[in-house]
Structure formats: structure tokens, C-alpha cells
Design a protein around this ligand. Structure first.
Ligand SMILES: *[C@@H]1O[C@H](CO)[C@@H](O)[C@H](O)[C@H]1NC(C)=O
Ligand SMILES: *[C@@H]1O[C@H](CO)[C@@H](O)[C@H](O)[C@H]1NC(C)=O
Ligand SMILES: *[C@@H]1O[C@H](CO)[C@@H](O)[C@H](O)[C@H]1NC(C)=O
Ligand SMILES: *[C@@H]1O[C@H](CO)[C@@H](O)[C@H](O)[C@H]1NC(C)=O
Length: 482
């Protein structure tokens, strides 16, 4: 008996769930219409609006844009935007973004289709009024300072931006009502919904493959004393930075699925990505600089000098990224510019916002500078090695040195191409915007970089010889201990 009751309740819950989702609009497009009545055709009449059956329903909760619910007394809500054009106002209780613009008014002034100010009476029943923001993070259009930000209010309740010919609907904008002449328009940041695709499944898998290879590369360089020169140590720092970068990137991808949770984690991961990415770029830069210096004039460094040089390099390549990360953090905290130039790490995604110029300013420009610098260093190094090759007497120490240099040069060159490839493709896809199958393939190669780095650094001839030698001496020491 009890069993049957439970079944019945389950069926009832199932049915009510499916009824719940049967409204022809989302919760945030409904309004409270309690206090109306149902006519004989089961239409719901509220004020002068007639909601057909199916366009209204009883709710015992309120829901926000992120589908967070709070329980309230049962009340009737209807899809008002199915009956007439809707306008969305931002303010609903205390929503910190809009506090200063939460002036409640009976009218709202907008710029209409013919660029004239038009005052809309909110009491007038011509428009349905929705209240509450449609998404988590919004930016304010600043018409006074940016021509690109001009907008027009269309008669059907949508917003048109002439500059980019885009139409924004009520799921994408809201008005901050002020007592200023024209209402302030807020738009949602481009949604990351479209980014939940194959990319975010392929990425973490490729990166997970990479991490063990990066760690192995690191350990091999750490364990073989012959590899512990500036070159080897720099490579260790480089692979270490990449390991952190990959781990952080994987975490960031995980977070995409759960966009509205973990804000703190998301921010931390965002800064970690920033720091680790620039650490690896600066270490790459150090390696390029070092080989350039050696190739330019035949410096012979003692053990002590090697250590001193390495410490100077470390200070450079750790301090710079740290300072950059701190700067970005401070900009995010103090917000000295308007939203167009703020990094907003961890607010829209676990990375710098890509709506405006921020990603270019904080990422692509600094990276381009480092890449250009490296290209210049590489060019000059290649020239020096080539000149030496042609001029010097065959054989002897110079020849030997040049061979080592050349070997190292090619390791760096391959690493550099690998890394430069990753970021230039990233920049191109940022410029082009859309993701084609070509970019998926490129992306996948980027993700298995760890494996490629391992092949470049560890499987090269000399390192292999050293490894074999080291393996051999280990074996002997084990044997003598026995
Ligand atoms: C809905 O409207 C009715 C009547 O105006 C009001 O009593 C009720 O509190 C409202 N419910 C919610 C959740 O706003
Ligand atoms: C709008 O309605 C509110 C309350 O319903 C009323 O106080 C106000 O005077 C009305 N405004 C206009 C312009 O009709
Ligand atoms: C309003 O009109 C524009 C074009 O005239 C259209 O793109 C937009 O989807 C319309 N909005 C609604 C809510 O129908
Ligand atoms: C507009 O609002 C501000 C603060 O909200 C207030 O100080 C100012 O007096 C208001 N101006 C008008 C014309 O109502």
C-alpha cells in the first residue's frame, strides 16, 4: 500500500516537473499576476491582459538568471512577453552593480529608433515590465565617451546597436533607471554558453596527457647532474611553469561547466594561469637571451659564474611575471578604468574578459613583445652560429663549442616554434573569432605539447647518452652495494 502511495507521489512529482517546464518562456521572463481570474475558456485575466492556458502557472519559488531558487508563497506567474513587448529593468532588491542606478521611477527615458529621447510611462500597460538582471555580469554602455556604445530602443522592446548591427533582447540587456535624462543601458557579456562544446572535452584530455610528460622531463633534468647547467635549469623552470599552467587550465575548463559556482576558485585559477603563462614566456625569453649571449662572444663560465648568471636570470623571469600579475590584480581590485579596460579575471570566466580590449592589452600585446624579442635574438644567434661555421678553422675547441651551441639552438628553436605556434594560433582565432575544424586540430596539438616538449628535450641525442650513462652508473652503484 505504502509502495503504491510512493509511486503515486513520484508520478505526481514527475508530472508537475514536466508541467513546470511547459511554460513557453523562462522564469525570468515571467511576472507575478496573482489576483486575476480565470474565464470560462481557462484564460487568465490580469489587468487587461489575457494569458491563454499554458502561458500562466502557479509557482512556489522565485528563480534568478542562474536558476538559483528561493521558496516563497505560491503565486501565479505569466509569460507577459508573449502578450506584448517587454522592457527589462535591472533593479531587484539589492544588486550591487546597480545600486547607484536603482532609482525607482514611473517613467524611463530611452533613445528611440530615430535617435530621439522618448519617455516611456511604466504605468502604461503597453509594455510588459520585467525586473531583475538577465545574467551575472553586465557592462554599462557609456554613450558619452564611446561612439561605439550608441544604442536605440526598438518598438518591440529590443535594443539595436548601430555600430555592430546587433540586436539585444530582454535576455541580454536591462535598464538602470536613473533620474538622469536617459536610462543607463547594461548588456550581458558575450555568453560562454557556446564554449561548452567539444573543445572543453578535448582540451583537458590533451592536457592531462601532457602533464606526466612535463613532469618526467623535469625529473630527468633534475636527476642528471650533467644536465644541471643554465640550459638544463632553465628548461626545468620552463617545464615547471608549463605544468602549473596546464593544471590551472584544466581546472579552468572544469569550471566552465559550473559557471556560477566557485567564484573564488575561478579567480585564483585565472591569476594562476596568467602567472604561469608569463613565467613560461619569460623563461623562454631567458633561454633565448642566454644562447644569444654565448653565441655572440665566446664566454666561458666557471661553475660559480654559471650559478650567478642563473640567479640573475631567475630574478628577471620570476619578478616580471609576478609584477604583471600583481598589477592585473590591483587593476581588478581598484578598477581605475572603465569596464572596457578591466581584466575582470574570474568574473565572466576564469580568465581575462574577452568582450573588449582587455585580453589584447594584458595578454596579447605583452606576449607579442616577448615573441618579437625572441625572434630577434634567434635571428642574431643563427647569424653568429652560421658565421662561425663558415669562418673558423675546422676542428678544435671552437668547433666543439659551436656544435653544442647549435644543438642547444635547435632545442630552443623547436620549443619556441611550439610555444609561438600555440599563442599565435590563439591570437588568430581571437582575431577571426569563429572556431573551425582547423583550430580544433591546432588546439589538440597545443594540448599534447607536453609530449612534444618531452620528445624535444629528452629524446635528443646527448641527453639520451647522458641518461644511459647515468642509468649505467646507477646500476653499478646498486651492484657494488649488494
Ligand atoms: C505576487 O503578487 C501578490 C499580489 O500582488 C502578492 O501578494 C505576492 O506577495 C506576490 N508574490 C511574490 C512572490 O512576489
Ligand atoms: C504610476 O502608478 C503609481 C502607483 O501605482 C502611482 O503612484 C503613480 O502616480 C503613477 N504614475 C503615473 C505617471 O501615472
Ligand atoms: C525586434 O525587432 C528586431 C528587428 O526589427 C528583431 O531582430 C528582434 O528579434 C525583435 N525582438 C523581439 C523580441 O521580437
Ligand atoms: C537624482 O538622484 C540623486 C541621487 O540619487 C539626487 O541627489 C538628485 O537630487 C536627483 N535629481 C533629481 C533631479 O531628482
Amino acid at each position: 500500500m505504502e509502495m503504491e502511495w510512493k509511486l503515486l507521489i513520484a508520478v505526481f512529482i514527475f508530472i508537475s516537473r514536466s508541467v513546470e517546464s511547459s511554460l513557453p518562456c523562462s522564469f525570468i521572463e515571467t511576472v507575478n499576476i496573482t489576483g486575476g481570474y480565470v474565464d470560462i475558456d481557462r484564460n487568465y485575466i490580469y489587468s487587461s491582459d489575457v494569458y491563454p492556458l499554458g502561458a500562466y502557472q502557479e509557482f512556489d519559488y522565485l528563480e534568478d538568471f542562474a536558476r538559483n531558487r528561493v521558496s516563497v508563497d505560491p503565486h501565479i506567474r505569466g509569460c507577459i512577453c508573449k502578450l506584448k513587448p517587454c522592457i527589462r529593468l535591472c533593479c531587484q532588491g539589492k544588486e550591487n552593480n546597480f545600486d547607484s542606478n536603482c532609482f525607482i521611477s514611473d517613467t524611463i527615458t530611452v533613445v528611440n529608433e530615430v535617435n530621439e529621447d522618448e519617455t516611456i510611462d511604466l504605468n502604461d500597460t503597453h509594455y510588459g515590465i520585467l525586473i531583475g538582471r538577465p545574467c551575472k555580469v553586465m557592462y554599462e554602455l557609456n554613450v558619452a565617451d564611446y561612439d561605439d556604445d550608441r544604442w536605440n530602443f526598438l518598438k518591440n522592446g529590443s535594443i539595436y546597436k548601430p555600430e555592430d548591427k546587433q540586436v539585444h533582447n530582454i535576455d541580454d540587456y536591462c535598464f538602470g533607471v536613473t533620474n538622469k535624462t536617459v536610462a543607463i543601458l547594461y548588456l550581458c557579456f558575450e555568453n560562454s554558453d557556446d564554449s561548452i562544446d567539444n573543445r572543453y572535452v578535448v582540451y583537458p584530455i590533451g592536457m592531462l596527457i601532457s602533464i606526466p610528460f612535463l613532469i618526467i622531463t623535469f625529473l630527468i633534468y633534475a636527476c642528471v647532474p650533467e644536465l644541471q647547467n643554465i640550459h638544463g635549469r632553465s628548461l626545468m623552470c620552463y617545464t615547471f611553469s608549463l605544468t602549473i599552467l596546464y593544471a590551472a587550465l584544466i581546472t579552468a575548463q572544469m569550471d566552465i561547466i559550473d559557471l556560477y559556482l566557485h567564484q573564488k576558485i575561478c579567480k585564483t585559477v585565472g591569476y594562476l594561469i596568467y602567472l604561469a603563462a608569463f613565467l613560461s614566456f619569460f623563461w623562454m625569453n631567458v633561454m633565448c637571451f642566454d644562447i644569444w649571449k654565448i653565441a655572440r662572444k665566446a664566454v666561458r663560465r666557471s661553475q660559480q659564474e654559471e650559478l650567478k648568471t642563473f640567479i640573475i636570470y631567475s630574478i628577471y623571469s620570476v619578478t616580471c611575471p609576478l609584477l604583471m600579475t600583481i598589477t592585473v590584480f590591483l587593476i581588478d581590485v581598484t578598477k581605475p578604468f572603465d569596464q572596457h579596460y578591466l581584466p575582470m579575471i574570474g568574473e565572466i570566466k576564469c580568465w581575462i574578459q574577452s568582450q573588449f580590449k582587455a585580453e589584447a592589452i594584458y595578454v596579447y600585446i605583452p606576449i607579442s613583445i616577448i615573441i618579437l624579442l625572441n625572434v630577434a635574438l634567434f635571428g642574431d644567434t643563427a647569424r653568429n652560429i652560421w658565421n662561425f661555421q663558415n669562418s673558423s678553422v675546422k676542428g678544435g675547441k671552437g668547433q666543439m663549442r659551436n656544435r653544442i651551441l647549435r644543438r642547444r639552438f635547435f632545442i630552443y628553436l623547436r620549443l619556441f616554434i611550439l610555444m609561438g605556434f600555440m599563442w599565435s594560433m590563439e591570437s588568430i582565432s581571437w582575431l577571426v573569432g569563429s572556431k573551425s575544424i582547423f583550430f580544433y586540430i591546432v588546439d589538440f596539438f597545443n594540448c599534447i605539447q607536453g609530449l612534444l616538449i618531452f620528445l624535444i628535450c629528452v629524446c635528443d641525442v646527448r641527453t639520451r647518452q647522458l641518461l644511459v650513462k647515468r642509468g649505467g652508473s646507477l646500476m653499478t652503484s646498486v651492484k657494488t652495494e649488494q
